[in-house]
Design a protein around this ligand. Structure first.
Ligand code: SAH
Length: 262
């Protein structure tokens, strides 16, 4: 169907083009398309996912930083028309397009910025009920992991505070051109019904990030900079290491710190 040269893969943009149509279809099918009328695809490249998303009962928007890919999409997907945003997802103010409407995010992401894509999604969570994306396999598994696991960390806690995270399937390097060096994994996030935390949200982010900076230390040690009262630090929760705390316990910990009388 292509009526233009294929896009030449650029390393600095993390371009690995998926060539397996069944996998593309499976990723497109991973969203429910319920509860929102708009979907944003990040980094469509030559549109392998895009063409399946265009068949869905939704208004599809795409954001792509690469001019050559944008030209390709404009020539090959005429019905995308003015819903192509030629910008950097990390820098663009999406409210210019979506105002206060809800939308889902989907994509086969450039791995070098996939964590930043997730952090931006968490910031925008009030508008994003669903998120589906291909990450480096280890990153996808880390995001879904539970307390006690070696890979449980900042991304796991912050994501699972607001979303239920599900690892869908693994994708081998061989189905990409050029093949990446690592396995990939597709992750699905569904926002929790109640995603307002019962504690100060900014403080929660700070506690989680600071706690995991020294993951082998007890929280009593790693949270020294919070200047907590001795009384509070005597609480057994401070004798734990961050990787032992569930999301609910991190919320509880944040509430304790918030109410500390120091
Ligand atoms: N989804 C396509 C391409 C995946 S490669 C496929 O599966 O074949 C990742 C894509 O993200 C590339 O097209 C790259 O140009 C794009 N990209 C990289 N950084 C971006 C950014 N900051 N904002 C938007 N798109 C970006």
């Amino acid at each position: 169907m292509a009526n233009q040269h294929q896009v030449k893969a650029k390393k600095y943009l993390g371009q690995h083009f998926l060539e397996d149509e069944t996998i593309a279809q499976d990723i497109a099918d991973s969203l429910s398309f319920k509860g929102y009328d708009h979907v944003l695809e990040i980094g469509p490249g030559m549109g392998v996912l895009t063409k399946y998303l265009l068949k869905k009962d939704t208004t599809l928007h795409i954001i792509e930083i690469d001019t050559e890919s944008v030209d390709y999409l404009k020539n090959n997907y005429l019905n995308l028309a003015n819903r192509i945003i030629e910008k950097d997802f990390l820098k663009y103010d999406l409210n210019l397009v979506f105002e206060d409407k809800p939308y889902a995010i989907i994509g086969n992401f450039p791995y070098n910025i996939s964590s930043q894509i997730l952090f931006k999604t968490l910031e925008l969570r009030h508008q994003i009920p669903e998120f589906s994306g291909m990450f480096q396999k280890e990153v996808a598994m880390r995001i879904c992991s539970k307390e006690g696991s070696k890979v449980y960390g900042i991304l796991s806690v912050l994501t699972q505070a607001f979303y239920d995270a599900e690892y869908l399937f693994t994708v081998p390097p061989t189905v990409f051109n050029p093949p990446p060096k690592v396995d990939s994994g597709v992750l699905f996030l569904k926002r929790k019904e109640n995603y307002d935390l019962p504690c100060d949200e900014k403080l929660f982010f700070r506690v989680v990030k600071t706690g995991f900076q020294q993951r082998r230390k007890t929280l009593r040690n790693s949270l020294k900079t919070f200047n907590l009262s001795d009384n509070l630090k005597a609480n057994i929760i401070f004798g734990q290491r961050p990787e032992q705390l569930s999301v609910a316990q991190f919320i509880e910990l944040t509430s304790l710190i918030e109410n500390d009388e120091n």
